[in-house]
Design a protein around this ligand. Structure first.
Ligand code: T3D
Length: 260
């Protein structure tokens, strides 16, 4: 049987492809575990500078595999299931000290949309279909969606998306700021790979710090954030990449960053 997650390394880019296309890449426990492990390995491997998350087949991800046994069993603690599964994944994606690019074609429904929103830079096909499908099955948006949505699109749109569960296209998602960019479906993977290639050439330590400091801003006052920026910049100011970046600028040549 085919692996539920395909893992490939292309130059500095670790490509992770959800591979349960017959279920629109809905996550069962095996896919949860495989992606968690792949993210841990990507984080630990210096050869990996960027992660690209994609889905095989006609959709990105339809969220939780609703055919998994026991989900609606009253004895099952869905909160604990979330904690061990989706919540751990969102934490791993946000905590990974490397950029994660996401390419969405077809559906990104329920927690499948949440995962796409938790990535650092999300591209989608113009005709992709994002939906906060949770309400249709009697749940709230989860896997971080109630935190991400208002921050990305503002409270009014977040409420409408969450409460109505309507499907919006990739083009609409981009125009309301839910994702970075929508592109023609035929060029989605090429565009995503080009973003990854660019990130792979940029200074790794500064990219990791950018991700961490932007996330910290969500809970900080301006004063706290200014102090954090100063602290992080103090460290980066002593890095080889900063010296190289400034030297390259002065010598009017492209910079060759090494990473940490
Ligand atoms: O349990 C917890 O831990 C709580 C956490 C919850 C997190 C969540 O993600 S809740 C939300 C779960 N997801 C959904 O509710 C979406 C369910 N899927 C759909 O509504 C539709 O499939 C779509 C609108 C996404 C796409 O529709 P369409 O017409 O393009 O495709 P389809 O025919 O419905 O699906 C194709 C196949 O994939 C089909 O299988 P079949 O009939 O050909 O054998 C369908 O059953 C399967 N599939 C699609 N989504 C799921 C799924 N199988 C299992 N789980 C799914 N989520």
């Amino acid at each position: 049987t085919a692996p539920v997650l395909l893992v490939e390394q292309r130059d500095g880019v670790r490509v992770l492809t959800l591979n349960r296309p017959q279920r629109l890449n809905a996550f069962d426990a095996a896919l949860q575990a495989a992606l968690r492990q792949a993210l841990a390995e990507a984080g630990a491997d210096p050869a990996c500078r960027v992660v690209l998350l994609a889905g095989a087949g006609r959709g990105f991800c339809a969220g939780q595999d609703l055919a998994e046994p026991g989900l609606t069993d009253p004895d099952v603690d869905l909160g604990a299931v979330l904690d061990r599964g989706w919540n751990a994944l969102v934490t791993a994606l946000r905590g990974l000290p490397k950029p994660v690019v996401c390419a969405v074609q077809g559906v990104a429904a329920g927690a499948g949309a949440s995962i796409a929103l938790a990535c650092d830079i999300t591209l989608a096909a113009e005709d992709a279909k994002f939906s906060q499908a949770f309400i249709r099955i009697g749940l709230i948006p989860d896997s971080g969606a109630t935190w991400m949505l208002p921050r990305l699109v503002g409270p009014a749109r977040a409420r409408a998306l969450a409460m109505l569960g309507d499907t919006i296209s990739g083009a609409e998602a981009a125009s309301m700021g839910l994702i970075h960019r929508a592109v023609p479906a035929s060029s989605l993977m090429a565009e995503a790979e080009s973003v990854c290639a660019k990130l792979a050439r940029l200074p790794a330590e500064a990219l990791a710090a950018t991700k961490r400091v932007l996330d910290a801003a969500e809970g900080n006052t301006l004063e706290q954030q200014l102090a954090l920026e100063a602290e992080v910049q103090r460290g980066l100011g002593r890095s080889a990449d900063y010296a190289e970046g400034v030297a390259a600028f002065q010598q009017k040549r492209p910079a060759r960053f090494q990473g940490a």
